[in-house]
Write a protein that binds this ligand. Structure first.
Ligand code: 5GP
Ligand code: ZN
Length: 116
């Protein structure tokens, strides 16, 4: 999608602090980190949100979740982390390209529904 911010990051048209990349996903540091560790993990393929998943998107989403712990540990969150997937208007999703927030650090991240 030519107009999508995160597609532009995938294409290298907008710089990002990459922390992991493979054939179907990219992880980079959030530009406005809410915690000491705050990484965005996205599919390279444009998927708008969890509300618009196709049946065959389940595989990449599973692989992304399976990668989250290794990314968190490597970035400095060895004792767990939180994943957040804001979805649509009610979920207050700001960037319409599916992304998994991985948040953590040395200390607990705080209340469950605090806006990050
Ligand atoms: P959302 O609210 O859609 O779940 O989260 C979007 C996230 O993208 C926010 O945490 C915001 O800080 C981050 N973000 C927005 N623009 C950029 C950017 O250009 N680069 C990076 N690295 N993060 C961004
Ligand atoms: Zn996109």
């Amino acid at each position: 999608m030519s107009d999508c911010l995160f597609c532009k990051i995938v294409e290298g048209k907008i710089p990002s602090a990459k922390v992991y990349e493979d054939d179907d996903m990219l992880a980079f540091k959030d530009i406005a980190p809410a915690r000491p560790v705050h990484v965005l993990l996205i599919p390279k393929k444009h998927i708008t949100s969890l509300a618009t998943l196709a049946a065959d998107d389940a595989g990449v989403l599973g692989r992304m979740l399976a990668r989250a712990n290794a990314i968190a540990v490597e970035q400095g969150s060895p004792d767990g982390f939180r994943v957040i997937i804001n979805t649509g208007r009610v979920g207050q999703q700001e960037v319409p390209h599916l992304h998994i927030h991985i948040v953590g650090g040395p200390e607990p991240v705080g209340p469950m529904l605090k806006r990050i």
